[in-house]
Write a protein that binds this ligand. Structure first.
Ligand SMILES: C[S@@+](CC[C@H](N)C(=O)[O-])C[C@H]1O[C@@H](n2cnc3c(N)ncnc32)[C@H](O)[C@@H]1O
Length: 364
């Protein structure tokens, strides 16, 4: 009886908390609302401008954990992190710790690690001192209350600090979260690469190609094309892996890259150029309308001119999710109609700005 009463009194997580690049909250809110809806869930997404997060409060009596399991982070475009969340906590400067401890205890949560995170903004970075001061005392109090444990199914507690007076608690689960702080993959810029854009392709590979498959799928001697290649940041990545590259662009390519002997520079239109034979990789970073780029990719894939493709869709418009969703479903439909089996994934990467990165892999 006592147990039942304790369980009833528990604070049930009623929402999901997602992180995103500040400025993309409305896009993530639209995406999550639509995706949850297609799984039969309704709820209300709250997107605070530039907060770098979206809070999706679930209407149903079912626990939010169930929706979290169904809505895979890997399938979302604009989310950097996905958590089961508790209601945001307003804090007073005199005692920030007590309300946090009370909420954790009321939720009955246990976890193996604690992650403090903030929006990826200057205001967020300014919270580093406060977070540092709170980290140790919070850990020790949560250990004492039995919430922070050596073994707890790999679960982590996340504290998302919107500012010094507001924190939101969330829980992440292995297999459906980003293991990276804030869901951000920071990469070091390689000094010999001709442009910073190079990091977009490197990050795409980390995101879409499992590390243990790199030697097979990103292998020396493979053949690739880079549409809109100049000055050569993406080509540089392909060359680093030992691939031969057709670099298609009217603009000039980096001289050092050309000196490798692995690059053939063709001053042609990427939208009409056709490869002389089937390639392993097609990459494309041309700035053009997303629908036009997608149509070109569709042509390549339907004709099986490459096995895998990475391309960016530039999104200078307001309703980015609508545009992305239309392009992705059109592409999936076209491949399906042509009887081509493929995996299609799309993510807003850390090194992407007003754009998203799509990866397609043909399966036969
Ligand atoms: C964003 S830049 C690419 C940067 C490159 N990925 C890098 O890492 O250095 C876009 C390039 O697309 C090229 N471009 C635009 N329209 C093109 C087309 N129709 N065919 C080929 N290249 C095109 C531009 O000349 C420009 O160099």
């Amino acid at each position: 009886m006592a147990t039942a009463t304790r369980q009833e009194a528990r604070l049930r997580p009623d929402r999901l908390l997602f992180y995103c690049r500040p400025g993309f909250e409305a896009d993530l809110a639209a995406e999550v609302t639509e995706r949850a809806g297609s799984l039969g869930w309704s709820g209300e997404a709250e997107a605070f401008s530039l907060a770098g997060c979206v809070d999706f409060r679930v209407d149903a009596a079912q626990p939010a954990n169930e929706l979290h399991r169904q809505l895979r982070l890997a399938d979302l475009v604009f989310a950097r992190q996905s958590l089961v969340g508790l209601p945001p906590l307003p804090l007073s400067r005199e005692d920030r710790l007590t309300p946090i401890i009370e909420q954790v205890v009321a939720s009955g949560w246990s976890f193996e690690a604690i992650r403090h995170e903030t929006p990826d903004t200057n205001e967020g970075k300014a919270l580093a001192g406060l977070i540092k001061a709170l980290t140790r005392p919070l850990e020790s109090l949560l250990k004492k209350r039995g919430a922070l444990r050596r073994k707890a199914g790999g679960r982590w507690l996340h504290l998302f600090w919107r500012d010094g007076d507001r924190v939101q608690l969330g829980m992440s689960f292995p297999g459906n979260r980003s293991e990276l702080p804030g869901g951000i993959r920071r990469l070091k810029f390689p000094q010999s690469a001709p442009s910073r854009s190079t990091l977009k392709l490197e990050e795409a590979w980390h995101e879409f190609v499992p590390r243990d498959a790199w030697s097979e799928r990103l292998a020396e001697g493979m053949q690739a094309a880079d549409l809109g290649a100049a000055p050569g940041g993406w080509t540089w990545q392909l060359v680093q892996r030992g691939m031969h590259v057709f670099a298609i662009d009217n603009g000039p390519m980096d001289e050092g890259l050309m000196a490798t002997g692995l690059v053939e520079h063709l001053r042609e239109d990427g939208f009409v150029w056709e490869p002389p034979y089937r390639l392993d990789w097609l990459v494309c970073d041309i700035v053009d309308k997303p629908a036009r780029v997608t149509a070109m990719m569709e042509r390549w894939l339907v004709r099986r001119w490459c096995r895998e493709a990475v391309f960016n869709l530039k999104l200078p418009m307001k309703r980015r999710w609508e545009t992305v969703s239309r392009c992705l479903s059109g592409l999936a439909e076209a491949l399906d109609d042509a009887g081509i089996r493929a995996t299609i994934r799309c993510r807003h990467l850390y090194h992407d700005r007003e754009e998203v990165t799509v990866h397609v892999r043909l399966l036969d």
